[in-house]
Design a protein around this ligand. Structure first.
Ligand SMILES: NC(=O)c1ccc[n+]([C@@H]2O[C@H](COP(=O)([O-])OP(=O)(O)OC[C@H]3O[C@@H](n4cnc5c(N)ncnc54)[C@H](O)[C@@H]3O)[C@@H](O)[C@H]2O)c1
Ligand SMILES: [Zn+2]
Ligand SMILES: [Zn+2]
Length: 383
């Protein structure tokens, strides 16, 4: 079948909306009509190269080139065709994407850590997770890979059932799209990973699509103070609507105030969710964290950078811990439906996260707006 898809052909290029050809789904694959796709900062990391493995890596993996790639890993849609042996999805089912696939059988899936599923190791290899061959082709007949094996910046895509979560049909697909990455990652960073407790002081550094949901998660976990830090005033105002109690435009500005409001104890949890996490920001983030505190690293750093300035004396003597997280350390198959249920019952805000909707053709305008700090989340909608 034919589809329109937004792809990038190389570093620092604009998204190019082109017609692609999609082959029929094979074993354990389906065709999804992506109806809504969130414009997460992680796709921007593909454009800037932060999340592009070095050339030696992809050559070693047998890839001719890392690009072109169809973007998009936040999304939700409707199944329009099923391949052989698909038993858990049918035509007409509504699905959420899951940027971490889950096999249900590996060591990690079977110990409640689906976000670490071994299938995730195939994210940066070409072809389908199922058998390594390609289903998506450019007009010139060359294969094209998909961001996180999902390619939600396409009208249609062939996706392995391991990367899809069936959802109830009464849930708006835009809401499900947001939960598939940004909401789950931010909310889980504050709850599952940071283990925020009632009465805690929580600092969230960067309140875009991910950090805003860390604010929501911290509030639901019972935090007493939620300090949102962002240079953009509009984001700070929104953070107050999502549950922040204080806002500051920088970590340096927040430090003396957090010191004073906690009587010198500083924060119990610090969650790092800026657009790009550079090593030198870690020292500042950790200086906001008090004795026995937890610092969660959610944001993406340039893949090959290996230095961060942190005070190791304080790390040991103040007994701080630093934790990374992917997908907020949640289990996609259990937690995507659970978060959508909280939305249905009115305890989780999703509609309020969408600042603007775009047709696929306007994807570059949507990412410009993200870079300029205009959107909490921009969402691509396909009719
Ligand atoms: N760990 C994961 O599983 C996972 C999943 C999704 C996204 N991410 C990453 O999380 C990060 C945030 O993504 P997003 O979609 O929310 O991005 P975003 O662009 O929507 O938001 C980032 C926010 O950080 C703010 N910011 C920039 N520099 C700052 C600074 N020095 N101090 C405080 N705030 C600052 C920006 O103004 C913006 O509001 C990205 O790096 C993204 O790739 C990680
Ligand atoms: Zn994302
Ligand atoms: Zn697994």
């Amino acid at each position: 079948m034919k589809s329109k898809a937004a792809m990038i052909h190389g570093l620092n290029q604009e998204w190019s909306v082109e017609e692609i050809d999609i082959q029929a789904p094979k074993k354990n694959e389906v065709i999804v009509h992506w109806r809504a796709a969130g414009m997460c900062h992680s796709d921007e990391h593909l454009v800037t190269g932060d999340m592009v493995p070095p050339q030696e890596y992809w050559e070693f993996m047998g890839l001719k080139d890392f690009f072109p790639m169809i973007g998009g890993h936040e999304g939700a849609g409707v199944v329009v065709e099923v391949g052989p042996d698909v038993t858990d999805l049918a035509v007409g089912d509504h699905v959420s994407a899951s940027f971490v696939p889950s096999c249900g059988r590996c060591r990690y899936c079977s110990t409640g850590r689906q976000n670490l599923c071994d299938l995730g190791s195939q994210t940066f290899i070409g072809g389908m997770i199922t058998d390594g061959t390609h289903r998506h082709f450019q007009k010139n007949g060359e294969p094209v890979t998909l961001m996180a094996k999902l390619g939600t910046f396409s009208e249609y895509a062939c996706v392995a059932t391991n990367s899809l979560i069936k959802i109830d049909k009464d849930i708006p697909l835009e809401a499900a799209a947001l939960v598939s990455c940004g909401v789950a990652t931010g909310w889980g960073s504050a709850t599952a990973r940071a283990q925020t407790k009632p009465g805690d002081t929580v600092v969230v550094v960067g309140v875009g699509g991910i950090g805003m949901n860390a604010v929501q998660g911290a509030k639901m976990a019972g935090a007493k103070r939620i300090i949102a830090i962002d240079p953009v005033e509009f984001k700070r105002e929104k953070a107050m609507e999502f549950g922040a109690t204080h806002t500051f435009s920088s970590m340096a500005e927040a430090l003396p105030a957090v010191m004073e409001m906690t009587w010198g104890q500083l924060a119990d949890r610090v969650i790092m969710t800026p657009g790009v996490l550079h090593g030198e920001m870690m020292g500042e983030g950790m200086s906001l964290a008090g004795k026995g505190s937890t610092v969660v690293v959610t944001a993406i750093s340039p893949m090959t950078s290996t230095t961060a300035s942190i005070n190791l004396f304080e790390l040991a003597m103040w007994q701080k811990e630093v934790k990374g997280t992917i997908f907020g350390s949640l289990n996609p198959r259990a937690d995507i439906p659970a978060l959508l249920d909280m939305y249905r019952s009115g305890t989780l805000k999703l509609d309020e996260l969408i600042t603007k909707r775009y047709p696929l053709d306007q994807i570059n305008e949507g990412y410009r707006a993200m870079r300029d700090g205009e959107n909490i989340r921009g969402v691509i909608v396909n009719g």
